[in-house]
Write a protein that binds this ligand. Structure first.
Ligand code: PEP
Ligand code: MG
Length: 503
């Protein structure tokens, strides 16, 4: 028995057997899953090439070291495998297209197709090493990105342990949505834990106990039993003297169905960027329209708050490379990406307007820090609405328009923003990092990153008061809302609704 520690405290509590995942940050580990994908695509293309020369040409592209070397360069620059394949594809195709040679130009399509096959192999289930996860396992990894968790059957693991990340890393958010106990910032977990080790996660003490003795196991069995009997968010809301709405956070249709059947009165945050993450090319209007419409139906008559794509920083997407961001959290992310790539943004807005015929859709813009940004969003929404009407395509204006309040600027200008929108949703995950200047994903500043810090609470109160003055709805959708002790405080501070990952 030995104990590993982390400075990232949380409410995670679990016991189970260790399942060691790939090593996303270790180049040899990364190469092994990329290598498997390249081999699998090679085998498929060899079979296809026997019947059609196009595939013989694609096999040549795959076997040319240029492709693999370019992918590895992007991996070494910090991208995950899926994103690196997308970036390599874009880089090689643009080189081909710059050459004045029709034959090479046409081969750009083959490069794209080969890369699509590699991406499918990396994200598909056939080569998924998470296929061997068993019920109750605790997955141990250097880092788990959204593209990794997309490969896991999230009904199985009881815990995640990673050496990187913080309490609001996306791995923790996804874990919470699926009642998985996640603990991050556990240094050396991947080298010191072995497959099959018995593990106990105790986030309140910031520890992972490896191969505990019988007495420790019994002690934690008791704690686990008591935990399952303590009040949850839904009970807190039920017992509150104020009327507070319970909403759910979702990243896909499955989450929406689960939240509504668990008792949510709507979706307060639909993170649409998850639709974009491993999709290369990006999902088109029809694909998005279909998803948003299904999402609206899944909410029955409750509101569905669609947050427009919040990509960049910790959420890179394969189909849209954002280069040269030395400080990604202070760079092109959230609404800044949308306003920089207006065609992509308009495609999403059109899909939302079309799905709004379902009647219960609210649209919300992330990372707003200036009045000009929200005004431009509204202008683009109007332009899309007019275009659809002119084209005779059925659409409807969203029920309401709101912003995430997650930058210090949006807090300080809350009165002015309240004149522009009909609801605020406080994104405490980002608000905490920007108020305290502590990166939400960096475990070395995890002790500074604290959503209950007086400075953050003061920012929340300023926002609530401004919303009250202007009579607009005020919600909290950051992870703070899903922590029962913080939720109690938020209710007493005057929020109208909590949008939670689990309740
Ligand atoms: C937040 O920042 O609090 C939030 C809910 O958005 P995300 O975690 O997706 O950045
Ligand atoms: Mg945010």
């Amino acid at each position: 028995m030995f104990t590993l520690t982390t400075s990232v405290r949380c409410d995670a509590l679990a016991m189970g057997n260790a399942f060691l995942a790939g090593r996303p940050e270790n180049s040899s580990g990364r190469a092994s899953s990329l290598t498997t994908a390249l081999e699998k695509v090679g085998e498929d293309l060899k079979l296809l090439a026997e019947k059609n020369d196009i595939f013989a040409a694609q096999l040549e592209i795959l076997q040319d070291p240029l492709l693999e070397d370019t992918i590895k360069e992007f991996i070494d620059s910090g991208q995950n495998e899926v994103a690196a394949v997308g970036s390599a594809s874009a880089a090689i195709v643009s080189e081909f297209e710059a050459i004045d040679d029709e034959y090479l130009k046409a081969r750009g399509d083959d490069v794209r197709d080969v890369c699509k096959r590699i991406t499918q192999c990396l994200t598909g289930s056939s080569n998924n090493d998470f296929n061997d996860v068993r019920e109750g396992d605790i997955i141990v990894a250097e880092e788990l990105l959204p593209s990794d968790t997309a490969l896991i059957d999230l009904s199985l693991p009881s815990g995640f342990i990673t050496s990187k990340g913080s309490i609001t890393s996306h791995v923790c958010i996804i874990a919470r949505q699926h009642s998985i106990s996640a603990i991050t910032g556990v240094k050396d977990c991947y080298s010191l834990i072995h497959n099959g080790d018995t593990l106990i996660i105790d986030g309140s003490k910031g520890i992972v106990i490896v191969n505990p003795d019988g007495q420790t196991i019994r002690q934690y069995q008791d704690i686990l039993k008591r935990r399952s009997a303590s009040p949850c968010i839904a009970e807190l809301i039920r017992s509150s003297s104020r009327k507070v709405k319970l909403m759910g956070n979702a990243g896909n249709l499955e989450d929406i169905h689960k939240a509504i059947s668990d008792g949510a009165e709507g979706i307060g945050l639909f993170r649409t960027e998850f639709i974009f993450l491993s999709s290369n090319p990006l999902p088109d209007e029809e694909e998005q329209y279909s998803i948003y419409l299904q999402a609206a139906y899944a909410c029955r008559n409750y509101p569905l708050t669609i947050r427009t794509m919040d990509i960049g920083a910790d959420k890179p997407v394969a189909g849209l490379e954002i280069k040269g961001q030395e400080n990604p959290f202070l760079g092109l992310r959230g609404i800044r990406v949308s306003l920089q790539y207006e065609d992509i943004f308009k495609t999403q807005l059109r899909a939302i307007l079309r799905a709004s015929v379902a009647g219960n859709i609210r649209v919300m813009f992330p990372m707003i820090s200036s009045i000009e940004e929200i005004r431009r969003c509204k202008v683009l929404l109007d332009i899309c609405f007019d275009e659809l009407n002119k084209e005779g395509i059925p659409c409807s204006y969203p029920q309401s328009i709101g912003i995430m309040v997650e930058t210090p600027a949006s807090v300080l200008m809350a009165d002015e923003f309240a004149e522009e929108v009909s609801f605020f949703s406080i994104g405490t995950n980002d608000l905490t990092q920007y108020i305290l200047a502590a990166d939400r994903g960096n475990s070395s500043v995890a002790t500074l990153y604290n959503s209950s810090d007086p400075a953050v609470l003061k920012a929340i109160q300023i926002t609530i008061d401004a919303a009250r003055r202007h009579n607009i709805e005020i919600c909290v959708c950051g992870e703070m809302a899903s922590d029962p002790s913080c939720a109690k405080l938020l209710i007493s501070m005057g929020i109208d609704s909590l949008s939670c990952s689990s309740f």
